[in-house]
Design a protein around this ligand. Structure first.
Ligand SMILES: [Zn+2]
Length: 508
């Protein structure tokens, strides 16, 4: 196996991240843990985007400096990541000197070679989103034009700005996307980029602002601060020690190009057009792929801090536990259409899959092993049956799904043998076998089958539920952290522990 570099989009530090902003981190963490399980040398980067007008305004409202403001929000973000067991290797903040100094050099280099030039921009500006829109992009209403993204009023604005010459890279970008079907995933997103942006023709985009000051200054033109694209997207290489002069750090040499940038669908075009355009201009190889997940909706509506229609990972984890939250988010997020998250849905899914299926299988199997064999289940020969065959086949199908980043499918595969093993208990009725001493070997085969099913699940479900699967493995007498090639043991020495997935019974 080889090196594997994964990143989350860096959430904007204007407000505490909600469950939707946390999804990148959960998804990236599960994939990083899976790649480690497969033996890869994994590097996992996350961080915070800390500049821009919204941070400046929130800080003013709070009566603190922008730096003090983002110090607070980013600390909160990191505590949520920790609570969610997001096991990153590095957390980069765009206000850090190691980031700013490199970004300044990048900007200067791009300017010196003519990829960044000065011009003027006129358009419709959405203040809260810091985004410009053209006449054809804004939505016309009776009260005036509104933002196509957030629906709030836009204002006509003209400002002097630096542009990045994306148009110069249009042909190369189109050819790259054409030649590398894996570059934009899933496929529906690729079509969106090709039909929505490549075919109509790529425009140069604005990379500086004079309307606010909380940003990385353009050193040769102090009226300007850098806008989010050069500032934030470059975190993926500055964190590794990229240097525009070529004196790269060891991490950059080892891990770049990135294997997958995990992002939300809202920042797709910036990651698949703007970012690779800048990398081409810098002469840096492009990331292998960008995977855009859809959004979480809540009861059909968008999650939004302003509307109060919002859920925080920290509250959910406190109420339902980390395993439940990670399992729900990764099991229920569809590939292209948006997913739905509410406390009711989360409780129902976790009670069905985790408490009833997996939790019950574990507690029944381990209880019976202790009752009938004092926890020592060592059959004379390893049994062969339909359930064990399903375990093996499901593991292979699970790997195919994980390799193609289809986590929903992978979790369905991982849970298949668990449901089958629960039926196997009813079919074989071990409590009847236990009454006849000459059936002891047959009873051992049944219990071995159940425990082996749990062992397999503890491997495949480990990337999604590392806490609960670690505990399950200790109850099964196995090392807490699995390896992918772990062979089925001769037998099991089990010991009952805490109930892994208590049924959630609270009134909702
Ligand atoms: Zn807007």
């Amino acid at each position: 196996m080889g090196k594997y570099y994964v990143t989350t989009a860096i959430p904007y530090a204007s407000k505490k991240p909600h469950i939707g902003n946390t999804h990148d981190a959960l998804l990236t963490d599960a994939v990083a843990r899976y790649r480690k399980l497969r033996g890869d040398d994994v590097y996992f980067l996350t961080g915070a985007d800390e500049h821009g007008i919204k941070v400046q305004r929130e800080a003013e409202k709070a009566g603190v400096t922008p730096q003090q403001y983002v110090d607070g929000v980013t600390a909160e973000m990191r505590s949520i990541w920790d609570l969610c067991m997001v096991g990153y290797d590095d957390f980069i903040r765009t206000t850090e000197e190691r980031h700013k100094s490199i970004v300044k050099k990048m900007f200067k280099k791009l300017y010196d070679q003519g990829d960044i030039y000065k011009g003027a921009y006129e358009g419709w500006y959405c203040v809260p989103d810091e985004a410009f829109y053209t006449d054809s992009q804004v939505v016309k209403t009776e009260t005036g034009n509104v933002c196509p993204d957030c629906g709030r009023p836009v204002e006509r604005l003209k400002e002097e700005t630096y542009f990045f010459r994306l148009s110069a890279y249009a042909d190369r970008l189109a050819a790259h996307i054409e030649a590398h079907p894996e570059f934009i995933q899933p496929e529906s997103r690729r079509n969106e980029i090709v039909n929505g942006y490549i075919k109509p023709g790529l425009q140069d985009f604005s990379v500086s602002r004079t309307t606010f000051t909380w940003g990385i200054p353009v050193e040769f033109d102090p009226e300007h601060v850098m806008y989010v694209w050069v500032d934030a997207l470059s975190n993926y290489i500055t964190a590794l020690g990229y240097d525009p002069d070529g004196n790269h750090g060891g991490l950059f040499q080892k891990y770049w190009p990135c294997d997958v940038h995990f992002i939300g669908k809202d920042v797709l075009r910036f990651h698949t057009l703007y970012w690779p355009g800048m990398l081409m201009a810098l002469g840096v190889p492009l990331p292998r792929s960008v995977y855009a997940h859809p959004w979480w909706m809540m009861g059909g509506g968008r999650l939004s801090k302003t509307s109060g229609n919002v859920l925080y990972a920290s509250d959910l984890v406190e109420k339902y536990g980390i395993d439940c939250v990670r399992y729900y988010c990764l099991r229920e997020m569809p590939v292209s259409r948006d997913g739905n998250i509410t406390p009711e849905l989360l409780v129902s899914r976790c009670n069905t899959d985790l408490a009833n299926d997996l939790g019950n299988l574990a507690s029944r199997s381990i209880t019976m092993a202790e009752k009938y064999f004092q926890g020592e289940v060592f059959p004379a020969e390893k049994p062969e049956n339909e359930v064990l065959t399903l375990c093996e086949n499901s593991k292979e199908r699970y790997a195919v799904a994980m390799d193609t980043l289809s986590l929903q499918q992978a979790l369905t595969e991982a849970m298949g043998p668990v449901a089958r093993a629960n039926r196997f208990i009813d079919e074989t009725a071990p409590w009847i076998l236990a009454k006849e001493p000459e059936k002891a070997e047959a009873l051992k085969h049944v219990l071995y089958t159940l425990l082996e099913t749990l062992r397999c699940a503890s491997v495949t479900l480990y990337p999604v539920m590392p806490r609960a699967m670690g505990k399950l493995r200790l109850q099964l007498g196995l090392p807490g952290v699995p390896v992918w090639e772990e062979a089925p043991p001769q037998g099991f020495s089990v010991r009952r522990g805490d109930n892994l997935f208590p049924r959630i019974t609270e009134e909702l």
